[in-house]
Design a protein around this ligand. Structure first.
Ligand SMILES: C[S@@+](CC[C@H](N)C(=O)[O-])C[C@H]1O[C@@H](n2cnc3c(N)ncnc32)[C@H](O)[C@@H]1O
Length: 262
């Protein structure tokens, strides 16, 4: 892996993060995963250069909070966040179905960002903002209880034990997800990796802020109708792996501190 930079296929002027360079490294955070796949086609580069600046989420200085109310031209009744939107098909479909919701999508893989920008253009969406970088930067900037639905679909499973700490649904990020989720908000996640599934359920069961909404096996074996298929789901099914689809509700109440967890 390794972060790509200027000269490695990014459009001229492409800004990876609203934070000053090195801010994340100083906090000891490393982003795992690819930034760039196959070289962008000229049309994708042009689309990114021309359209991403208007679509890109402007993060405040480190430590300041993001003002969600002024993010979109028209007021929005709620805000939904997708972490790791991949090629953006789920996010674009949700945004097209719900123009009254403001969507924020985070994805450091620039080829995926280019695909979402194309979908936004094709569907003429005006309710999506993109953070083409690490979702943890957005989580840090979001006000408490500001997100009504949060998607982390097919996060990288990092199957080797020594890589488990890289898993997005894990002890580092769950308090941040619980903090930004409003009372009653929903976390939707999916995986086709049995090891990660067990890990997710263990990690989420350990946090009193989350309640798993499954009551019967079909609740997690079948994708709900308002949950469009993603590329990774299609890949998993084609390879004969059966994904699990999980919905968790943010229980009302304050964030539980580490001392209270022991
Ligand atoms: C296995 S892919 C799944 C993509 C998509 N959700 C799907 O279901 O097709 C996981 C995605 O998460 C992204 N990702 C990994 N770490 C991330 C982070 N810290 N913030 C935002 N996205 C991240 C990766 O770049 C990758 O595109």
């Amino acid at each position: 892996m390794g972060a790509a930079g200027p000269g490695q296929g990014y459009p001229v002027g492409f800004r990876l993060s609203g934070h000053p360079p090195g801010a994340e490294a100083k906090r000891g955070r490393i982003l795992y995963g690819r930034r760039l796949g196959r070289p962008l086609r000229p049309a994708q580069r042009r689309r990114l250069s021309e359209q991403l600046p208007q679509l890109q989420l402007a993060l405040p200085e480190t430590g300041a909070q993001l003002e969600l109310a002024g993010l979109f031209g028209a007021p929005k009744r709620a805000f939904w966040l997708e972490v790791g939107f991949g090629a953006g098909e789920h996010l674009a479909a949700q945004a097209a179905a719900r123009p009254d919701i403001g969507f924020i999508g985070c994805e450091p893989f620039i080829n995926g960002v280019a695909q979402l920008v194309a979908l936004i253009e094709e569907k003429r969406l005006d309710n999506v903002r993109i953070h083409p970088d690490d979702a943890r930067q957005v989580l840090d900037a979001l006000p408490d209880a500001s997100i009504d639905r949060l998607f982390v679909l097919f996060p990288d499973p990092w199957p080797k034990a020594r890589h488990h700490r890289r898993r997005f649904i894990g002890p580092e990020n769950l308090p941040a997800l619980a903090r930004v989720m409003a009372d009653g908000a929903e976390l939707r996640t999916a995986t086709d990796d049995v090891g990660y599934l067990r890990w997710m359920l263990r990690q989420l069961a350990a946090r009193p802020e989350f309640e798993w909404l499954a009551r019967r096996p079909t609740d997690w074996r079948e994708r709900p109708p308002d949950w469009p298929e993603t590329r990774y789901e299609a890949k998993a099914l084609a390879a004969g792996r059966r994904p699990a689809f999980m919905r968790f509700r943010r229980r009302s109440g304050r964030l539980v501190t580490p001392a209270e967890m022991t």
